[in-house]
Write a protein that binds this ligand. Structure first.
Ligand code: GLP
Length: 243
């Protein structure tokens, strides 16, 4: 694991965007694994800015998103499809037909998961996977558990995740209770991983991920075994790790 220490959220976002942007330049047909949440917002702002300046071309890029809330329509303003459209896809020259997010409206769980697995296997492996980290160490929506999941699955969200994500919804009871997520096996099969973290709220999870035992109780800890994982984090998020 390589760690890039940054002063703040803005610097973290720019450094991580350089890693994603370089991938787009070096291989214009790349498959990008993308994440949602507040952490990657600044990364996408930089990518959009560099697209507008003519530095980046997304016309041949394919994207595979990590996860989606079960039950939310693509038009719902808290769905991850909506997030991706508004923060990146609508703002660059990507072919929307090559952007993939699990189908939150597919009520048949096993069908939803096998459909997304088929997409992942058709277009993967991911060249570079962007990841945030939950306060409980989750990646995608792989919550702490007694085992690591391999493929896409439907996960009941933990109380801490529902509470953390309730800041985006009008009321806590509006947060969906389940989500579809890529499994750890799929995340680990990405050729490169870039994990971003900002703020003291992520410090304990980041310490457990980087220095703790490799355990499904902290799903991000599996990244210690990834051959090419870069953590880009600000000082607050790194506060509990040794210099
Ligand atoms: C969500 C997403 C994750 C994200 C995490 C952290 O639940 N499923 O992909 O990394 O929460 O979110 P944030 O960046 O807003 O702290």
């Amino acid at each position: 694991m390589r760690i890039i220490r940054t002063a703040n959220f803005g610097e973290m976002s720019e450094r991580a965007a350089v890693l994603i942007g370089a991938q787009v330049v070096i291989k214009p047909t790349s498959v990008l694994g993308l994440a949602t949440g507040s952490s990657p917002v600044g990364v996408y702002e930089n990518l959009v800015k560099w697209y507008q300046k003519g530095i980046l071309d997304f016309s041949q890029i394919t994207t595979l998103n990590l996860d989606e809330y079960k039950g939310l329509a693509p038009e719902h303003d808290q769905s991850y499809r909506y997030f991706m459209n508004t923060h990146l896809f609508n703002l660059v020259n990507i072919n929307k037909d090559r952007t993939f997010v699990p189908d939150g409206l597919q009520a048949n769980t096993s069908h939803a998961c096998s459909l997304y697995n088929a997409t992942v296997h058709k277009y993967g492996p991911v060249d570079v996977q962007l990841l945030g980290i939950g306060v409980n160490g989750h990646i995608g929506f792989n919550e702490p558990s007694d085992h690591f999941e391999k493929d896409t699955f439907c996960v009941p969200l933990s109380e801490s995740t529902i509470l953390a994500n309730s800041r985006f919804f009008d009321r806590e009871e509006d947060v969906p209770k389940e989500a579809y997520t890529m499994g750890i096996g799929t995340i680990m099969s990405a050729k490169r991983v870039v994990l971003i973290a900002s703020g003291t709220v992520k410090a304990a999870a980041l310490k457990a991920a980087v220095k703790g035992p490799i355990t499904p109780q902290c799903p991000a800890s599996i990244l210690q075994l990834h051959p090419d994982c870069t953590v880009v984090a600000d000082e607050d998020a790194l506060a509990l790790l040794d210099q």
